[in-house]
Design a protein around this ligand. Structure first.
Ligand code: CDP
Length: 247
């Protein structure tokens, strides 16, 4: 969020956004499950111009051993941005932002994973952002949750996620990079739709109480649409396997 230059119009007089979307429209989303041979589970998500790969390993033995929990598995998450994923080359390796995002994504996923089934082990989730265009944490959560399901990790529900925000004084769904940069607020949300649980809620910027409520409601609605796409992607994987074996 930064000051918007005069010449940038995020919402035109006909109600269209910079990328041609209406206020409540999601970017185009494509999801694929089981894309990596050497991970236990994986998924690839294209969400607008975001391109994100998630890989899951586990449940597996923990190193170092003192991290083992006698009663459950631990969930570890690493969110990482490729140097070429952003306009200004990102220095490789963890920075403050990626450490924080890894932590909040872990918190968003953990309530869904049934960790008690695998004492003393770790489930490792790697999220690699290949191309970033705002909303990478929500797209990363969607990808990671698919990769966990693909790895056969028992879960209470898939975790779905989406952001809403404010541009030109209006609440809109799913901010892209320009809207994130020059908009007034961004509210990413993650949910477990089956029971309407919220596992992530953050806010960057400034909103009135009414606007905040509207943004959260809209983000939840967006996340429910994302959930349907996740389910389709999982179904497609099994249809593909069935076709391969001639069923
Ligand atoms: O990606 P998300 O919206 O979850 O997180 P953010 O910290 O609000 O970042 C918004 C966007 O800023 C990212 O998706 C990238 O497109 C961009 N960004 C960047 O250009 N360079 C960075 N070092 C970090 C983020």
């Amino acid at each position: 969020m930064m000051g918007k230059p005069e010449d940038i119009v995020l919402l035109d007089e006909n109600g269209y956004r910079i990328d041609g979307r209406k206020k409540y429209e999601l970017r185009k989303i494509h999801m694929e499950v089981g894309v990596l041979k050497n991970a236990d589970g994986s998924a690839y998500v294209e969400w607008g111009k975001n391109k994100i790969l998630a890989a899951v390993y586990g449940p597996r033995e923990i190193h170092p051993k003192h991290l083992q929990r006698p009663d459950r598995a631990i969930l570890r998450v690493r969110y990482n941005m490729a140097p070429f994923s952003v306009e200004e080359r990102k220095k490789p390796g963890p920075d403050r932002r990626s450490v924080e995002i890894s932590k909040v994504i872990r918190g968003a996923l953990e309530p869904a994973v049934i960790l008690q089934l695998f004492p003393r082990t770790a489930v490792d989730v790697f999220i690699e952002v290949l191309q970033a265009d705002a909303g990478t944490r929500v797209a990363g959560i969607a990808a990671a949750s698919l990769a966990l399901a693909d790895a056969g990790i028992p879960m209470k529900d898939l975790v779905a996620a989406c952001a809403a925000g404010k541009i030109e004084g209006e609440i809109v769904l799913d901010l892209n990079k320009e809207e994130d940069n020059y908009g007034e607020a961004d509210v990413p949300v993650a949910i477990m739709p089956l029971k309407n649980d919220i596992t992530l809620l953050q806010m960057d910027g400034y909103l009135s109480k009414e606007e905040f409520n509207e943004a959260v409601k809209l983000a939840i609605k967006g996340a429910k649409a994302v959930y349907q796409k996740q389910r389709e992607a999982l179904r497609d994987k099994y249809l593909r396997i069935a076709q391969e074996v001639g069923e």
